[in-house]
Write a protein that binds this ligand. Structure first.
Ligand code: GLN
Length: 291
């Protein structure tokens, strides 16, 4: 596993003998596809997307072209684009990501939408995000609900450091960070809403050995023989950390909805339901404590 990528080197130094930016983009796209090539060029040249098109015919310095080609080869060998650029957009936020964090996924924005629907715009709610990773869910909720306080937890100190940097970068001062396992990190506190995108893939699932997942932290992806170990732990402990009427929202795999509804009902929760993502797959199950 490579360490985090270096900072972008700043604006391109023109070099009359260099390859043109558009030729470099074409060459890179032929190797790894346009969708991946573009963010790598933008990152390695230290430019924005508008520059790439406005300066398409500009020659690029040899050192900058070499940086692009090195990243393109790492992508061709399988490293995720988000780890090569160190960035990924989630909700309205541009986030730092590292190999210590899961790469935020668009389907997790459903969890954010559902959580926001549970919390009034100006309510001073207490919210927890368990296993926050880059901080994606916690920071999205904190930015949309500034009167609320969000506690973001993770078991890894290195991962929490990334989430803290993201909170600072977005000047979100209503987020607090605690290290620990699932609900244990919450101490004796109770919340109006607990959200989590925990690991939910079964140990040994062949998907873990494919594509970007190979490079992501295993503890953020896989959880026991049926993938439900973390979810069982969270659902069992959550009632002790929710106020009456408080909500629990969990992201999960497309075939886990019924099992998680049953777990929530066994834990005494009501209004239990599973919601589908944009691709019509079961993705989030929620329930609440009786009033
Ligand atoms: N949604 C991710 C995937 O299947 C898994 C993330 C998770 O386990 N929380 O790629």
């Amino acid at each position: 596993m490579s360490s985090s990528p270096p900072d972008p080197p700043g604006p391109v130094t023109p070099d009359p003998s260099g390859i043109r930016a558009d030729a470099l983009l074409r060459e890179s796209s032929a190797r790894i596809g346009r969708e991946d090539a573009e963010p790598l060029l933008i990152h390695a040249l230290g430019v924005d997307r508008a520059w790439l098109f406005a300066h398409a015919t500009d020659p690029v310095a040899a050192a900058a072209a070499a940086r692009v080609r090195a990243l393109v080869e790492r992508r061709a060998a399988g490293e995720p684009v988000a780890y090569l650029t160190g960035r990924r957009g989630f909700w309205t936020l541009d986030l730092e990501v590292t190999p210590d964090t899961l790469i935020p996924r668009p389907e997790t924005e459903l969890l954010v939408e559902l959580a926001l629907a549970c919390i009034g715009r100006d309510a001073p709610a207490r919210i927890a995000d368990l296993g926050t990773g880059s901080g994606a869910i916690a920071l999205a909720l904190a930015s949309e609900r500034p009167a609320s306080v969000v506690v973001a937890t993770d078991v890894s100190e290195d991962t929490l450091a990334v989430a803290v940097r993201n909170a600072q970068a977005h000047a979100l001062d209503n987020v607090w960070f605690r290290r620990g396992d699932w609900c244990q990190a919450l101490g004796h506190d109770r919340f109006d809403l607990i959200a989590s995108n925990p690991p939910y893939i079964a140990d040994g699932d062949p998907h873990l050995a494919r594509g970007d997942l190979r490079h992501e932290p295993g503890r953020a992806l896989a959880s026991g023989s049926d993938g439900l170990d973390a979810i069982r732990a969270i659902v069992q402990a959550a009632p002790g950390h929710l106020v009456p009427g408080g909500w629990l929202l969990l992201e999960h795999g497309l075939e886990q909805g019924a099992a998680i509804r049953a777990l929530m009902q066994q834990a005494g929760m009501v209004e239990v339901a599973t919601e589908r993502d944009l691709e019509q797959r079961d993705r989030v199950t929620l329930g609440r404590m009786p009033p």
